[in-house]
Design a protein around this ligand. Structure first.
Ligand code: ADP
Length: 374
């Protein structure tokens, strides 16, 4: 053993050897590090004396087989005692003992598990996607049948057409979301940034979400800073982020709820809080909310959706140098989503003079007193 020890000393893998009577004859530096033991403590002791925790565990059983059958074996296992995953190879040596080579594979195992989990979520996502894409198709097919039978221009025909248009818009939105995800994950998304006013962004988002909010009979309160807040942002994307958060507030709140959008200057930027008094978020699922394909909550599918909205939102906000986070006191306690974005400038709004001799101000309506309401 000693003659070859030099070769084994510098290995990153652990290496130990036992003679035919189970006495440890060699241990390299990596084995000392991985097992947290010193050679002087264990050399010369038997395998069971040196490592009493191992008696009759799977590693012990493998060593016993190798010693008895004189045939090499290898295993991968989570070693409770060390709290790590190990790959362990044991082989008979000519002099009658057993040589063992092992390494810590915890990082690899964890990476594999993460991949498997991502793969599983992707499968789940595909199933949801199939469902969500198919849902609008049945009514559209019915609509076509109705149109074929109905008197052109009749009320029935008009209703069918309006319904098909609604379903079509829904389909287009789903497909747009999908394309957005792939643009983001391939890094092909380009922001069209320009100075934009916060009020305009919020107004656009509310316009998008209004039908859902009203449809569910929710009350919406909006509060914006008194100042003119200008951001360097892609107006379409940021409005999309805010609309997504507002839509979620509407979706995940029982009918007749209260939704609130409050924007405040919180240097160095602006914080936009969207609060609802809906189903809330359990603490254990909060970290998963912004992951792609994540649908959490009690009965997520009942509300429709692909579980990609918040992951898109986070990507878009981060591309703007901002952050998005969720807060909730738990299930049934409502939620708050906070979007923080950097601002270009904050200027006082110029007061409206009674004689209407007001200097021109770009980008907001003359009636824009604050706090503004929609
Ligand atoms: P989707 O709404 O399509 O499922 P999102 O990415 O927008 O996907 O949201 C992910 C999940 O986060 C939702 O499925 C839901 O469980 C949860 N969630 C989002 N917003 C809220 C909210 N305001 N209240 C409670 N849960 C929410």
């Amino acid at each position: 053993m000693t003659m070859n020890a030099d070769y084994l000393e510098g290995l990153m893998e652990g290496f130990v050897a036992y003679d035919g009577n189970w006495r440890m004859t060699y241990m390299n530096a990596a084995a000392e590090r991985i097992l947290g033991r010193k050679r002087r403590e264990v050399l010369g002791k038997t395998w069971h004396q040196a490592f009493p925790h191992a008696v009759s565990n799977p590693v012990d059983q493998m060593y016993q087989r190798v010693m008895a059958k004189r045939a090499a074996e290898r295993m991968e296992m989570f070693y409770e005692h060390y709290g790590r995953w190990f790959e362990i190879s044991a082989a008979p040596v000519q002099s009658g003992g057993v040589a063992v080579y092992f390494r810590d594979i915890s990082d690899r195992v964890r990476a594999l598990e993460a991949l498997r989990e991502a793969d599983r979520r992707k499968d789940e996502f595909l199933a949801t996607l199939g469902h969500e894409l198919r849902n609008p198709l049945a009514p559209i097919r019915n609509g076509l049948q109705l149109l074929a039978m109905a008197q052109p221009g009749s009320e029935v025909a008009e209703e069918a057409r309006a319904m098909m248009e609604r379903q079509m818009r829904h389909l287009v939105r789903l497909v747009d979301d999908l394309l957005e995800v792939s643009r983001i994950s391939t890094g092909k998304l380009e922001l069209r940034r320009e100075p934009v006013e916060l009020t305009g962004l919020v107004a656009a988002a509310i316009e998008t979400s209004r039908p859902l909010i009203d449809g569910e009979g929710h009350e919406l309160r909006v509060e914006l800073p008194a100042e003119v807040v200008t951001l360097d942002a892609d107006a379409v994307r940021i409005a999309q982020v805010l609309a997504n958060v507002l839509n979620n507030a509407a979706k995940y709140t029982p009918r007749g709820g209260r939704i609130e959008l409050v924007a405040r200057i919180e240097p160095p930027g602006v914080a936009i809080r969207v609060r609802d008094n809906g189903i809330g978020i359990a603490p254990e699922v909060r970290p998963r909310l912004f992951q792609r394909f994540a649908q959490v909550g009690s009965a997520p599918h009942a509300y429709g959706g692909l579980g990609i909205g918040l992951s898109i939102a986070r990507n878009l906000v981060e591309l703007h140098g901002g952050t998005i986070e969720a807060q909730s006191d738990g299930t049934g306690k409502g939620s708050v989503f906070i979007v923080r974005l950097p601002v270009l400038s904050v200027r006082p709004r110029i007061a409206v003079r009674p004689d209407n001799a007001r200097p021109p101000v770009r980008g907001h309506s003359p009636k824009a007193d604050s706090p503004r309401r929609w």
